[in-house]
Design a protein around this ligand. Structure first.
Ligand SMILES: Nc1nc2c(ncn2[C@@H]2O[C@H](COP(=O)(O)OP(=O)(O)OP(=O)(O)O)[C@@H](O)[C@H]2O)c(=O)[nH]1
Ligand SMILES: [Mg+2]
Length: 662
């Protein structure tokens, strides 16, 4: 046993294995499509992206709580017990001083990246600073002994003393109330965290497979970065909220819960996992195990009532005893710690939810791509049938009939060229809409909106003006999104109209263009707005006078998140624009080639009627080849679909490859 929760580790491994298998299967479909020249460059790019996304998929688990509830201890117990000691520092009082991400990037040696607290002086977000690693201090991580690793990781607890003014500049002790509490002995210096953010690059089996763990400092810590609330926590796939049985649910615990967990999205409250840690404090040798159990049950019920959640969402356990049990391989203590119950919850809830999202998005992307290829093959099949019909008529060797056919193909070609001219005109209109669409949601629009808000903030002296400025920022975002949605609708209707007309004129199957929606982006923006309102009330609800520096920092965190959401929406909309015309263009190309072939054939046959039989044979062979391609395509898709629908993948599972594609 390597100290990992076996069930969680093996299911996580199975999940990565499933992703890799899916990516490999999509890879062989791609290869085959290339050899059959059925893949245009744009579709090849799209299929590549699907594969890349499967490879790069991450699962982010965040641990959130007031200080000293045992977040770091729980992470150690869940993932790092094989090191025989605490890897992440965990001790009484405040310990983790900056948000700490644990991940693995194989492009770098194991190390600890630390972002100096001084970077909080300007408004650049941690997300942006991740692109400028020169500003970070990087320490190598010596994996040979747990002691040296522990020593390096102890940096996340480092503090430094600075004058109060300096602390203000970094966003600490913003309210007068905070400052007076800290400077009680007439000192002028205050202690603040040494680092702003830490990233531990560590080759651990689950991190290697794409798990990212986010350990946070006691979230009620004065001067918490708003970025944590607005960007880091909303992007986590699972959030564990930790309480301690010895402390109960204190006022500050509730503050953390309300500000950081339920405020971001009231509906997601049901997805959170709540841990009631330190139940070993209730273990009393003078009490029966039933009495202890009854005491734990009572605490769970009252916690559920306070948080307004179901008691089943709460996992009472002892992280410390769980860690100890794993280190000493003590099965009885491990069971008593009830840590395995939480491991099961992570396995049964967080992993399947993530898998379903990945499966659905992969399916959606593939469906659009495959529809185009199926249509292309159908068109080819119909084209050959048409030619065979013609040949049948030719068999009569009637000169008049042949001449009429020649005339007919000429007319068809003419009609097609006229259709093409209409298509070119439509492309121009498409470009205009595209520009309007991109203008509405591009980063420049967002930046301009943010700059206007910053200016408004600078001249706002009262809290209500600050609120108005930020409200206007959100209103503009929503208006821009509405405009973008209108443009998307216009583009969609235009392409749909065109393809219906095309299908009627050329007797092809009408294409249904892929739809695009900004719903996800809208949902994220509205989540951000809810989080802003909640946090705003908590931070400035009590004072009438707004303070510029913290306000700007607060607003900048909102902008950072909005930029991330826009970044994803822009990427998606650009992909959609690139791909939405592809099936229709493929149809046009195919029709053009078909007409050309028809004309050639009719002409040849008109002069050398004796070759009719040979030609019919050739066409039948072509038909067989197309049928074979259709079969192979469906066989590939069947495998991929089976994988996508697998509910419970295991690492060992083997998928049979049908004979047609071996
Ligand atoms: N008795 C008992 N103590 C625990 C348990 N889990 C953690 N502790 C102790 O509680 C103290 C705080 O634990 P940490 O893991 O540092 O808590 P944290 O939530 O990470 O705290 P910050 O990093 O300060 O935000 C440490 O002394 C731990 O040993 C537990 O299950 N039982
Ligand atoms: Mg900690």
């Amino acid at each position: 046993m390597n100290g990992l929760p076996q069930n969680l580790a093996s299911r996580f491994e199975a999940y990565s294995h499933w992703r890799m298998q899916l990516a490999a299967r999509i890879g062989s479909l791609e290869q085959w499509l290339v050899t059959q020249t059925l893949l245009d460059p744009q579709s090849q790019k799209a299929i590549n992206q699907v594969r890349a996304r499967l490879h790069e998929d991450k699962l982010i688990l965040a641990f959130v709580a007031e200080f000293s509830r045992g977040k770091s201890e729980l992470i150690n117990a869940l993932f790092f017990s094989s090191y025989g000691q605490r890897l992440l520092p965990s001790s009484a009082g405040r310990t983790t001083m900056c948000p700490t991400e644990l991940l693995y990037n194989p492009q770098e040696p194991p190390c600890l990246h630390l972002l100096p607290i001084e970077t909080r002086k300007d408004k650049t977000s941690v997300a942006d600073l991740k692109h400028n690693m020169a500003l970070w201090t990087t320490l190598p991580l010596d994996l040979s002994t747990p002691e040296s690793m522990g020593q390096t990781l102890a940096h996340v607890s480092q503090l430094k003393k600075v004058p109060l003014d300096t602390a203000h500049q970094y966003g600490f002790f913003d309210t007068d109330e905070d400052a007076s509490k800290i400077l009680k002995n007439g000192e002028n210096e205050v202690e603040i965290p040494y680092w702003r953010h830490a990233i531990i690059n560590f080759p651990h089996p689950m991190l290697e497979q794409g798990l990212i763990i986010l350990d946070t400092p006691g979230l009620n810590a004065i001067g918490t970065e708003p970025e944590l609330t607005f960007s880091l926590l909303p992007s986590a796939h699972g959030v564990l909220y930790i309480l301690a049985a010895d402390a109960g649910v204190t006022k500050t615990d509730l503050d953390v819960w309300e500000e950081h967990l339920i405020s971001s999205d009231p509906a997601s409250k049901n997805g959170h996992i709540v841990v009631l840690n330190k139940i070993d404090g209730l273990w009393d040798d003078l009490k029966t195990s039933q009495a202890i159990q009854a005491e734990i049950d009572k605490q769970v019920l009252s916690t559920a009532k306070t948080l307004n959640i179901l008691p089943e969402q709460i996992y009472p356990l002892s992280a410390q005893k769980g860690l100890l049990a794993k280190i000493n391989n003590d099965q009885a203590l491990l069971e008593r710690s009830r840590l395995p119950e939480l491991e099961h919850a992570l396995t049964d809830r967080v992993l399947p939810a993530r898998r379903e999202i990945v499966a659905n998005s992969t399916q959606a992307d593939l469906t659009a791509l495959v529809r185009g290829i199926r249509d292309l093959l159908d068109m080819r099949e119909n084209g050959v049938h048409e030619q065979l019909d013609q040949l049948f008529i030719m068999r009569s060797k009637n000169k008049d009939v042949v001449l009429r056919l020649l005339e007919q193909t000429k007319e068809e070609k003419h009609a097609f060229e006229q259709g093409l001219a209409r298509y070119t005109a439509m492309r121009r209109i498409f470009t205009n809409h595209t520009n309007a669409l991109l203008d509405a949601t591009d980063m420049d629009a967002l930046r301009a909106n943010a700059n206007r808000t910053h200016l408004a903030l600078e001249s706002a002296t009262q809290t209500k003006n600050v609120r108005r400025a930020i409200d206007t920022f959100f209103m503009t975002l929503n208006e821009d999104l509405s405009e973008a949605e209108r443009q998307v609708m216009e583009i969609y209707e235009m392409i749909k109209g065109m393809s219906t007309q095309f299908a009627q004129e050329f007797k092809t199957r009408p294409l249904t263009p892929k739809q695009f929606s900004f719903d996800k982006c809208r949902r994220e923006i509205s989540r951000l707005q809810i989080a802003y309102e909640h946090r705003f009330d908590a931070l400035w609800g009590r004072t009438a006078r707004a303070k510029l520096e913290p306000m700007q920092r607060f607003f900048e965190a909102i902008v950072t998140r909005a930029k991330q959401v826009y970044g994803v929406a822009n990427r998606d909309v650009e992909n959609w624009l690139k791909n939405v015309m592809v099936p229709m263009e493929a149809q046009i190309r195919e029709r053009n080639q078909q007409l050309h072939r028809h004309q050639e054939n009719t002409r040849q046959l008109a002069t050398a009627t004796t070759e009719v039989e040979g030609h019919a044979r050739e066409l039948k062979e072509k038909l067989d080849a197309i049928k074979a391609q259709q079969n192979v395509l469906e066989a590939h898709l069947k495998i991929i679909n089976n994988l996508l629908m697998q509910i419970e993948p295991t690492a060992q599972q083997h998928i049979e490859t049908p004979a047609v594609i071996q």
